[in-house]
Design a protein around this ligand. Structure first.
Ligand SMILES: [Cu+2]
Length: 120
């Protein structure tokens, strides 16, 4: 019969435990959640937000209609750089933590402005 290496078992158990607890201790919590609605006629509403530097923000976009043409995607250059397509019934979730104060535009993929996020 093989002898169980207790030291090794302890190391494995400790490693597993640290992985298990990591998502709770490392993930920062969302300080503010904003929900906006998208329609073709009104684009996004509301269109202006104020947040604090260093606080994690969650921006949820509910698309009531599927976007078409130029404004059919959404992004926040400098805060969320990957354009997301606006698709009816789908919720887009963007989470970011602004590091520098300033005025960040909410845009389409080409950079046309449709709203702002003021970071104080
Ligand atoms: Cu565009």
């Amino acid at each position: 019969m093989k002898r169980i290496d207790l030291k090794r078992v302890t190391i494995v158990a400790t490693t597993l435990l640290s992985f298990a607890s990591a998502p709770f201790s490392l993930a920062s919590t969302v300080a503010k959640t904003f929900t906006v609605n998208y329609t073709k006629a009104q684009d996004i509403t509301p269109k202006a937000f104020t947040v604090k530097t260093g606080e994690k923000v969650r921006l949820e976009v509910n698309a009531s209609e599927t976007g078409s043409g130029c404004m059919s995607s959404i992004m926040v250059p400098g805060l969320w750089n990957q354009a997301q397509p606006l698709v009816k019934g789908k919720k887009i979730v963007m989470e970011f933590t602004p590091q520098k104060p300033g005025v960040y535009k909410i845009t389409c993929a080409m950079g046309l402005s449709r709203g702002v996020i003021n970071v104080r």
